[in-house]
Design a protein around this ligand. Structure first.
Ligand code: ES4
Ligand code: ZN
Length: 319
C-alpha cells in the first residue's frame, strides 16, 4: 500500500503522456512534428526550465475540446490514485489555452467533469488552482482573472508559473490583490530558477500561503529562518529539479538538509509526464536515493495534508 498523500504541485497540462497526445492529435486532426509517441518521448531531454516549457506549450495544441480536458484529468487522477494520492490541488494554465482560441469555459468545464466526480471514481478529492503565466503581461493576467469570475465556484486559488527569471512576483501585485478580494487562495512558483528574493517578494507582496518549489531559499539563511518560523509550506518537486537541471543529480538534492533545517517540505510531481514520475515515484526516488527513513517520509505525507487547502474535517477523512 503506497503512503496516503496529497499532491499540491501538479500542472494538469504536464500530465499529458505521449500516447494520449497522439490519441488526441488524431481525434482533433492536429499534426504533431513527431512520427509517433516513441519519437516524441526522445524530445524529453531538457537543459533548463525554458527548454521544457517550449515542448510543454507545443504539445498543448492537441487539447481542444471539453472531452480532451476531461480525458487528461481522468488519466492523471487514475495514476495518482494508484500511487496513494488521496487529494490533489491541480494547477491549470488558462492563458496557454485562450491564446490558442480555446475558451476558458471549455477548459474549466472539461476539467470539472473529471474533478467533480473524482472522489466517487478515483477516491481522490480535488481543488483547482488557476495559474497566470508570468512571462505574459500583468494586464493579460488581470483579464484572465476577470474572465474566470463566472467559474469561481470551481476555482480555489491562483498561482504563478512559466519562465521565472526576469518576471518577479511584484509584476502581479494588483492581480493578486484583486484575487484576494475575490476570496481566492494564493500560491506562486518562486525560487525554482529565480533568486531567493523572489520568494520573499511572493510572501510580502503577493501574500502567498505556500511557495511552489522555493528550493533556492537555501542560499539565504535569514530567509530559511523566516520560512521555518512562519511554517510556510514549500511544494518541492525532486524529479523535476533533476530533469530541469536545477540540481545536478538527485543525490545532490537539498531535501534532507531542508527537513533538518525545520522547513515544512512537501514532495510533488510538477509535470509527471515529462519528468519521469508521478507523486509516488517522487517519494520512492527520495527514499531510495536520499535515504530518507520512514519517519521522514511520514512527515512529508503529513505535511502534504496540513499544507493543503482542505478544511480540517475533509483533511481527516482524506488521510
Ligand atoms: C512548470 Cl516546472 C514549472 N515551472 C514553472 N512553470 C511551469 N509550468 C509548468 N511546469
Ligand atoms: Zn510547477
Amino acid at each position: 500500500m503506497p503512503l496516503p498523500k496529497a499532491e499540491l504541485h501538479l500542472h494538469i497540462e504536464g500530465t499529458l503522456e505521449p500516447e494520449l497526445a497522439f490519441e488526441l492529435a488524431a481525434r482533433n486532426g492536429v499534426r504533431l512534428p513527431y512520427a509517433d509517441a516513441g519519437e516524441l518521448s526522445k524530445a524529453y531531454e531538457f537543459e533548463d526550465l525554458q527548454s521544457f516549457l517550449n515542448l510543454y506549450y507545443e504539445l498543448m495544441a492537441v487539447l481542444r475540446t471539453e472531452q480532451d480536458f476531461t480525458d487528461l484529468a481522468n488519466a492523471y487522477l487514475a495514476r495518482a490514485a494508484a500511487q496513494g494520492v488521496r487529494h490533489a490541488e491541480i494547477f491549470f494554465d488558462p492563458q496557454a489555452h485562450t491564446k490558442r482560441g480555446v475558451a476558458l469555459g471549455t477548459v474549466v468545464e472539461g476539467l470539472w467533469r473529471a474533478l467533480g466526480s473524482s472522489e466517487a471514481n478515483h477516491g481522490v478529492s480535488t481543488r483547482l488552482i488557476m495559474c497566470f503565466l508570468r512571462d505574459d503581461s500583468a494586464e493579460s493576467a488581470m483579464e484572465t482573472l476577470r474572465a474566470a469570475e463566472p467559474y469561481l465556484d470551481r476555482i480555489t486559488g491562483v498561482g504563478l508559473d512559466s519562465a521565472e527569471v526576469g518576471h518577479p512576483p511584484v509584476k502581479f501585485r494588483e492581480v493578486y490583490e484583486a484575487a484576494a478580494r475575490l476570496g481566492l487562495r494564493r500560491v506562486a512558483h518562486a525560487g525554482e530558477e529565480g533568486p531567493p528574493a523572489y520568494i520573499t517578494e511572493a510572501l510580502d507582496v503577493l501574500g502567498v500561503e505556500r511557495v511552489d518549489h522555493g528550493l533556492r531559499c537555501m542560499e539565504d539563511p535569514a530567509l530559511v529562518e523566516r520560512l521555518v518560523r512562519e511554517r510556510v509550506p514549500l511544494t518541492l518537486c525532486p524529479l523535476s529539479n533533476v530533469r530541469l537541471r536545477t540540481v545536478d543529480t538527485l543525490a545532490d538534492h537539498p531535501l534532507p538538509a531542508m527537513l533538518d533545517a525545520g522547513l515544512m517540505c512537501t514532495v510533488n510531481s510538477d509535470d509527471p509526464a515529462y519528468f519521469g514520475g508521478y507523486a509516488g515515484d517522487n517519494f520512492d526516488a527520495v527514499r531510495s536515493t536520499l535515504g530518507l527513513d520512514r519517519e521522514r517520509l511520514r512527515e512529508l505525507a503529513r505535511n502534504s495534508f496540513l499544507a493543503s487547502f482542505l478544511e480540517d474535517d475533509e483533511e481527516l477523512r482524506a488521510r
